[in-house]
Design a protein around this ligand. Structure first.
Ligand SMILES: Cc1cc2nc3c(=O)[nH]c(=O)nc-3n(C[C@H](O)[C@H](O)[C@H](O)COP(=O)(O)O)c2cc1C
Length: 327
């Protein structure tokens, strides 16, 4: 898929997820799966404007993660421009604007999901991004704020803006993650009106739901978030199904689980080489390993008690002693 100057290997994208899709996590998913594009989760333009150094740790070694996007969230055009200028010195491939974050903090700051009800500001921010960024621009939206957005208005903003790709999480900002709130009809209608590629996102958890999403909406690609937590192979599973009509399944097996964690640990160790985190590298590694050890329990049988025990550990030694006992 071609996005401006960027040519993606495939149409599967890893979703930006704050405190989840860190650099080791993105590398881990890519270790197993071919992924067209990954993202650094939202960075606040206000923070970049006032404390540019504060984002350094989020961007460590991103030059090794080709192709990669950086997502910005904010509502002030000046702060956005300053952020774009500041990011210029980093090596990355696409700049994404967040117009979907539903958190109270974002809505109060009139950014993220708030932009779905203030298309004027959204339009202005897109224009700033397109004007000042040397890289392709993507826009991550929702289907609306409380209710579906006016498709004609949204399509016009996107088509006239000069951005290269849009990504839509198929539910409104105000709906929670409930399954019933997924709205593929709005995605389909928007897709019909757009002149640029549209990536679909929301509740894709296996090859069947991926195929259903594409067949129903005709989107050009898929972004996957939560399923990748504990299942780094989801992208390949979907790809295999689309290309060879084959569903790859994995037995729930503690050997697979331990192997995943060994690979994750090696990835963290390699990533940390030459880096020094403020919280300490040991603490960084512990946090990374702990949460992934918990998510990856979906690969073992009787995982509830293991998950509970893992959630209580306070250091790597305790974590490893639980993992060793799993069988
Ligand atoms: C823990 C978590 C953090 C998230 N952080 C971001 C973020 O930084 N930027 C963003 O655009 N979306 C964020 N999202 C939303 C996801 O990118 C995605 O749109 C959403 O999870 C729906 O996709 P899924 O059903 O495949 O998980 C986050 C979601 C989760 C669960």
């Amino acid at each position: 898929m071609k996005l401006g100057s960027l040519d993606l290997k495939n149409q599967y994208l890893l979703a930006p997820m704050l405190n989840v899709s860190t650099s080791p996590f993105r590398r881990f998913c890519r270790y197993f799966s071919n992924i067209g594009l990954v993202f650094v989760p939202m960075l606040y333009t206000k923070k970049i404007e006032t404390h540019p150094k504060s984002i350094e740790e989020d961007l460590l070694k991103i030059d090794q993660e080709y192709p990669i996007g950086i997502q910005l969230i904010g509502s002030d055009p000046k702060a956005l421009k300053k952020s774009i200028d500041h990011l210029e010195s980093y090596k990355f491939d696409i700049l994404d604007l967040n117009a979907g974050c539903p958190s109270n903090r974002a809505i109060q700051a009139k950014e993220g999901g708030y932009l779905m009800k203030d298309l004027k500001i959204l339009n202005l921010l897109i224009k700033v991004a397109v004007k000042y960024s040397a890289r392709p621009i993507s826009l991550k939206i929702r289907t609306g704020f409380n209710n579906p957005v006016n498709i004609k208005d949204m399509a016009k903003i996107i088509n006239d803006s000069g951005i290269d790709i849009a990504i839509i999480h198929a539910r409104t900002v105000k709906s929670s993650f409930r399954e019933e709130s997924l709205d593929l009809d709005t995605v389909k209608s928007l897709k019909e009106k757009l002149k640029i590629p549209l990536i679909g996102n929301g509740d894709i958890i296996n090859p069947i739901s991926a195929k259903y999403f594409i067949d129903y909406t005709n989107v050009d690609g898929l972004m996957i978030g939560r399923e990748s937590m504990g299942n780094p192979q989801i992208f390949n599973q979907i790809h295999e199904y689309f290309i060879n009509d084959k569903i790859i399944t994995f037995k729930k097996d503690y050997i697979i689980y331990k192997n995943y964690l060994k690979i994750y640990e090696d990835i963290i160790d390699e990533f940390l080489n030459g880096i020094s985190y403020q919280i300490g590298n040991e603490e960084f590694k512990f946090k990374e390993l702990k949460r992934n050890a918990i998510w990856l329990t979906k690969n073992i049988r009787n995982s509830t008690s293991t998950r509970r025990n893992l959630s209580k550990v306070k250091n790597i030694k305790q974590l490893k002693s639980i993992i060793e006992r799993i069988e």
